[in-house]
Ligand binder design. Structure first.
Ligand code: AMP
Ligand code: DBH
Length: 544
């Protein structure tokens, strides 16, 4: 057999699983050995007439049978355009039926989607296209108030290897999304330990990095996450966060829903008025949000009249949910919160459905897999005593062994025995659950004292006039750094000033050296592509 050059280059710069551990995971039944499209195939076989995906923008629904046929037509279309097994294709589509059909089609054609978010712009897209060696870019027209065809034109200039641009909607100067005779679809069966698709790290520092996820590891993530969420064919999942992100994609998200034959409703509008109407209309049972949105939904339950009684699980993750917000959400919606702490790099914690509510409110969950290996270490890399804070290191059936084609990052981001250094500061609770206490680097060094920004933020959020906050260090000649609290007040009537804030925090027992030196007001905080508070941008706004 002559090696396929495209397939060979897919594996260049990919670090496959450790063979010994992978054999153990296989032995334990974690790895299905099937392609990532197989669970959707099985659901289409089992329940062809059940609703698979509803596109909220158009109100159209594809059944599992229709989804399977539409993705066959599209896979044949990609093949007819010369897109081959092993090729990388950058996908930048909003939450739509087209996203699901396209990603499934690429998987069936054996091409690896590079999953980017609608908020990414030319710098990130060009970086990811070049870094993955992509041959094509799939995006949409200008429905989202931004013309992605302009981005495509610039991408073609910057990364000539991107030979084809395919547009969902009005293609303009480019080509439409392809469809062809479904009989020409050849469902590709790759080595299940090879990359099925690419996720991107959501880091707020520097450009995103590529994370190759294998068929085996991603399918296991979807299946195990669905199990933990108690997902069945009777569930209706609302994809309100940008679905290409790892959280709504696989935690259990879209892929978990396809696995169990559940119904997914895709919306690009996560605002409470629009999302609540969808929950009522489609009797949504499960959805996932970042904390800032969850906070907004919680407040909106007071004035939006919609019937949300179908919702049994509200997953909140991506950034830390304040305990006060977890309690308020449970109260507003009836004990529905599940905390999710995950990373595109492939390690996820969930609170469990039968955990005591107090534990759900204060912890970010326990590891998904009993095969996940967790270490919590101090600055010198030594394991901390139980209950102490330290950096989370992970290894296991889903954690990456290295970023794709990034040896210099990998030298820093992994221990010699293959643990991923997450950069997250965590503590293990007696139950075995983890509490995330901040980012290792999100520390302000004021007059030689290390101050964790999250600690101050958590206390500030307890103030009734504080809606959102970000605490950052700003350079200071005398102190090294000063502590600046940026606050989004909860109402126009709030009368907050620095002395009042300091007094409030001191009252809560915060040490004097942790009290903010400066207070700034904002009407909103800058966020990343998925909606997490972007601290680098907060610092930049302050000129720090
Ligand atoms: P990403 O690079 O987008 O995959 O983001 C992963 C990072 O988001 C993690 O390493 C954490 O820093 C953060 N994160 C995700 N979920 C949570 C959570 N529930 N609580 C606190 N931080 C979180
Ligand atoms: O933030 C994340 O990356 C994240 C959060 C929750 C994630 O990747 C996940 C669940 O799978």
């Amino acid at each position: 057999m002559t090696p396929d050059p495209a397939a060979a280059s897919l594996t260049d710069g990919y670090l496959p699983p450790d063979p010994v551990r992978q054999a153990a995971y296989r032995e334990a039944g974690l790895m299905s050995g099937a392609p990532l499209w197989a669970p959707a195939a099985a659901s289409a076989e089992r329940t062809p007439d059940a609703p698979a995906v509803t596109d909220a923008a158009t109100g159209t629904t594809l059944t599992y049978g229709e989804l399977w046929r539409a993705s066959a037509r599209r896979a044949a279309g990609f093949a007819a355009l010369g897109i081959e097994p092993g090729d990388r294709v950058v996908v930048q589509l909003g939450n739509s039926a087209a996203f699901v059909v396209t990603v499934l089609a690429l998987l069936r054609a054996g091409a690896a989607p590079v999953l980017t978010l609608p908020a990414h712009r030319i710098n990130e897209i060009a970086h990811l296209a070049a870094g993955s060696g992509a041959v094509a870019y799939v995006t949409e027209d200008d429905r989202r108030g931004y013309d992605y065809r302009d981005l495509a034109a610039e991408l073609r200039r910057r990364v000539p290897g991107v030979a084809q641009v395919l547009i969902d909607g009005d293609p303009g100067a480019f080509a439409p999304l392809p469809d062809d005779d479904p009989a020409r679809c050849r469902d590709h069966r790759a080595d299940p330990d090879q990359p099925a698709l690419f996720q991107v790290s959501g880091g707020t520092t520097g450009l995103p990095k590529l994370i190759a996820r294998s068929h085996n590891d991603y399918a296991y993530t979807a299946r195990r996450s669905a199990e933990i969420a108690g997902l069945t064919a009777a569930d209706v999942y609302l994809a309100a966060l940008p679905v290409a992100h790892n959280f709504p994609m696989v935690s259990p998200g879209l892929l978990g829903a396809l696995d169990v034959g559940a119904h997914t409703v895709m919306t690009g509008s996560p605002s409470p008025d629009s999302a609540f109407a969808l929950i009522e209309r489609y009797r949504v049972t499960v959805t996932s949000l970042v904390p800032a949105l969850a906070q907004l939904w919680c407040a909106a339950t007071e004035w939006e009249p919609a019937d949300l009684s179908s919702l049994r699980l509200l997953q909140v993750g991506g950034a830390r949910l304040a305990e006060s917000d977890a309690i308020a959400l449970d109260a507003a919606l009836g004990d529905v919160v599940q905390q999710v702490f995950g990373m595109a790099e492939g390690f996820i914690c969930y609170t469990r459905l039968d955990d005591p509510r107090e534990l759900v409110h204060v912890s970010q969950g326990a590891p998904m897999s009993s095969f996940d290996e967790v270490r919590i270490v101090d600055d010198d890399g030594h394991d901390v005593a139980d209950g102490e804070d330290g950096e989370l290191l992970v290894r296991g059936p889903t954690a990456l062994r290295g970023y794709y084609r990034a040896p210099e990052h990998n030298a820093r981001s992994f221990t010699p025995d293959g643990f991923y250094r997450s950069g997250d500061r965590v503590r293990r609770l007696p139950s075995g659950h983890l509490a995330v206490t901040g980012r290792i680097k999100d520390t302000i060094i004021r007059a030689g004292e290390n101050v964790a920004a999250d600690d101050i933020e958590e206390h500030l959020l307890a103030h009734p006039s504080v809606w959102q906050t970000a605490v950052v260090g700003v350079p200071d000649d005398a102190l090294g750094e000063r502590i600046c609290a940026v606050v989004v007040p909860s109402g126009p009537s709030s009368r907050l000033d620095l002395p009042a804030v300091r007094a409030f925090l001191a009252d809560r027992g915060l040490a004097a050296f942790k009290l903010p030196d400066r207070l700034e007001f904002a009407t909103g905080l800058p966020v990343t592509a998925v909606g997490k508070v972007d601290k680098a941008a907060v610092r930049a706004r302050l000129g720090a």
